[in-house]
Design a binder for this molecule. Sequence first.
Ligand code: SF4
Length: 479
Amino acid sequence: MPHLTWVVYGKLLTEQHSIMTLSSTLKRDGVEVSLIYTNSVKDVYRRLRVLKPDVVAYSLMFGSHRRYIPVSHGIRREFPDIVQVAGGPYTTYFPESIDELSLDAICIGDGDITLPRYLRSRFGGEGGEGGGVDGFHIRDNGCIKKTPVGNLLNDMDSLPFPDRELFYSQDTLLRNQEFKSFLSGRGCPYLCNYCFNHKFNEMHKGKGNIIRKKSVDYFIEEIDEVKKRYGLQYIIFEDDVLTIKKDWFQEFAEKFKKKINVPYICYIRPNLVSTDVVTLLKASGCHIVRMAIETGNEDVRTRVLNRSMSNEQIIKAADIIHAAGLKLSVSNMIGLPTETLTNTYETIDLNIRCRAEHPSAQFFMPYPGMELTKIAVRTGYFDPSRLSELEKNTWKTSPLNFDADTKKKMEKIQKVFALIVRVPAIKKYLPVIYRMPSVLLYYLSMLVKIYIVVDYLPPVKVSIAQRTRVLFRFFSFYG
Ligand code: SF4
């Protein structure tokens, strides 16, 4: 079996679950797995000369994929014999990436089953080029061979625990930081059209269950192992909606409190907030609940985002969360197709009404594959020839075609969004804020972000040095 090296270009804020899980699976299959985790292309080349892998693999997200373009082309030039494979949302929803990054193969959908099969086919004495494996696009003699998307892995307990050591052995900040992130499963059944889940679900129709959860006992054991091995003061559950299966969550909340008992943050959807669920969240140690409002205008939310929920429902969810003594973190978007400045003000007002302790607003990015991107193109808000220019950084500006004055005002609102929600009296000074230089607002937004990040951190003992390192990593990640 081959030697596969993951290349992760740029330092991470939290663990990358796709790579950790695939690493464990591949090792179980007899593949030698290593990691090049660096900020320097020269370092990538230097370490490839030492490691001499057969395969270089990437897990690519939209936006951050751009950093990998010179890396993969450089590897193609300097190491023509290395097979380059990539997976992740970027390759799944933008298969043209096989040429853009000069790759030999891309994985479409989850790689738990298909990547080991591809490697066995190509390197395991089966004599193939991997062309018969589902869920792959493969370059073969100048053509791209495409196979149908593979089945979903239904039994999450069949996976080995994620290979955290792969990252922790090279990144003491991730190893030592007081919080660690976990995933209890995969899949979301909702159809919000700015999210990849609707496309994923459509692609995998008939290929397995959309919502897949680790069993509670398996998951508790996974967390307990991390707690014993690395220490654990705080958990971030990265699941789209941790409470999506109410019975599962009820069992989990009880066992988690008994065996793990550390505070945590999780995501929830406003329509799934009830007093029962929030009582379980609180009793099991939840400290902050994150939920998305996205826009304060019901019509835009329903008609443009395909996210049917009323403002009343959202306010009720926020009130239940606060009544239980939990903090509320809210994500929003600015610069949606058809959005007007009045809509943006409505988003601010709804966040104020919900008393969001950690409000944030990012610009909508029209990534390929999403239904909302098609709407943006159809309504003339976005020119698809500009897809390759899309940034990872969703905090700078909108790529949509708003008139210059609206765009400028949206950019300024985005900088002071959190400040206005936390101190609503500032809203009446928006005309003054519109006249302030952008650079000043940028630094102001940085100060507010520092305050929010510090406030967001858990009520646990963390040295000032460690908090400073986390803050620096945060700002170098988001720019
Ligand atoms: S609820 Fe969240 S994760 Fe699920 S489809 Fe909507 S945006 Fe995506």
